[in-house]
Write a protein that binds this ligand. Structure first.
Ligand code: SF4
Ligand code: SF4
Length: 375
């Protein structure tokens, strides 16, 4: 048995609006039959990623507006949302900078976990995580459209719908300040995880300090210090350090990926069956997550949009397309000597995002087998 995945190609070969990606998205939304999923006046969360100061390759407002318009056309009340990554006030400004605001998308733009990132409800998850704290506006919304910019990710190897829900559907903070009770819970390896510094290797480039999302790293008298209580073991500092002066000892990759699938499943468990659809934008597929303070050039050419109501099938179709595409010159894939025929994302990042798609399939969240239907 295979799931249907609708596909809108990024290629536009005629001078006609019907061949534009915007028109193809409209047709995809029609095929997804939102009218059968959304009741009149029902609130619909449109979950996306707002980006960060310096990371501009997010899903464009044009497409978010098409989604919001389609929700309104069937009587729903859409709101575009994300969860707090930096201070909420500043994060709404990041959204503004990236062109995502009520004027551009045609509906409210909010922080699903509130201005302070603490509004959340604890929801049971699987054996690795135990529970997660789902952002309250997502928890309370009866329906959701998950709009994901698909790219690489520092820990997950691939950031699509599962990552968007797992890390992005969970509150950024907890009132107690304990990162273990918020998103940091997903990153962390548990109490045994440690961040080790090798000061003798450090050249004080300060990239780790600038990339740290929690302010855990500080410079004191010409040396760096890490606040262990603030550090949620996300691994960004390790990723950017050019000298190997920071190393994170944490749980194995398999467990991390399984935890990611568990968290996404927990977020989805707050919706009735059939109330969530997934739109994966395989455009500007850069190697880093949109939460990093920069965006590199794309690894592969724009592929298009993949959509459906089976998260596993949509993710598998997207990942297959990216990994099978030709590596682009002047990209991180070219820097690493990736050749045509190699799995571009997996080989460039050295982490296989397939692991969490497989973990989601193993949890019964969907099927890996899919049939593409072009719109
Ligand atoms: S792992 Fe590094 S970047 Fe991440 S929170 Fe800890 S100190 Fe900051
Ligand atoms: S990124 Fe590495 S080399 Fe640069 S300041 Fe941090 S620890 Fe030192």
């Amino acid at each position: 048995m295979e799931s249907i995945v609708y596909f809108a190609t990024a290629r536009a070969t005629r001078w006609d609006y019907q061949y534009s990606l915007a028109a193809r998205l409209e047709r995809m939304l029609e095929r997804l039959d939102l009218g059968s999923r959304i009741e009149k006046s029902e609130y619909v969360a449109i979950k996306t990623h707002f980006g960060s100061d310096g990371a501009h390759r997010v899903v464009r407002p044009l497409f978010l507006r098409k989604v919001a318009d389609a929700v309104k056309a069937v009587g729903g009340k859409p709101f575009v949302c994300d969860t707090v990554r930096i201070n909420g006030w500043d994060y709404l400004e990041v959204a503004n900078q990236n062109g995502i605001n009520p004027q551009s998308v045609g509906c409210p733009v909010i922080l699903a976990d509130g201005l302070f990132g603490c509004d959340s409800i604890e929801v049971p998850a699987g054996p690795i995580l135990g529970s997660v704290r789902v952002a309250s506006a997502i928890y309370d919304a009866p329906a959701m459209i998950v709009v994901s910019h698909c790219k690489g990710h520092i820990e997950a190897g691939y950031g699509g719908a599962i990552k968007n829900l797992a890390m992005g559907g969970v509150a950024g903070r907890h009132r107690s300040g304990d990162w273990r009770q918020a998103r940091g819970h997903l990153h962390a390896a548990g109490p045994e995880s440690t961040l080790e510094r090798y000061p003798e290797l450090c050249i004080m480039c300060l990239q780790c300090l600038h990339v740290c999302p929690t302010g855990a790293i500080s410079e004191v008298d010409g040396t760096l210090a890490t606040d262990d209580e603030k550090c949620w073991r996300c691994g960004r500092c390790e990723r950017v350090c050019p000298e190997g002066a920071i190393r994170l000892q944490k749980r194995g990759q398999d467990e991390f990926h399984a935890g990611l699938a568990e968290a996404a499943q927990a977020v989805l468990s707050t919706f009735r069956p059939g109330k969530v659809v997934f739109l994966n934008f395989a455009l500007e597929v850069q190697p880093e997550c949109d939460c990093m303070p920069m965006a590199d050039t794309p690894l592969v050419q724009d592929q298009g949009i993949f959509g459906g109501d089976d998260i596993v099938a949509v993710e598998q179709a997207t990942l297959d397309a990216i990994n099978r595409a030709l590596p682009l010159p002047q990209s991180a894939a070219a820097d690493r000597g990736i050749r045509p025929g190699q799995r571009v994302l997996a080989e460039t990042l050295g982490i296989d995002g397939q692991l969490h798609v497989d973990a989601a399939a193993a949890l019964g969240m969907g099927r890996r087998e899919y049939r593409l239907v072009e719109v």
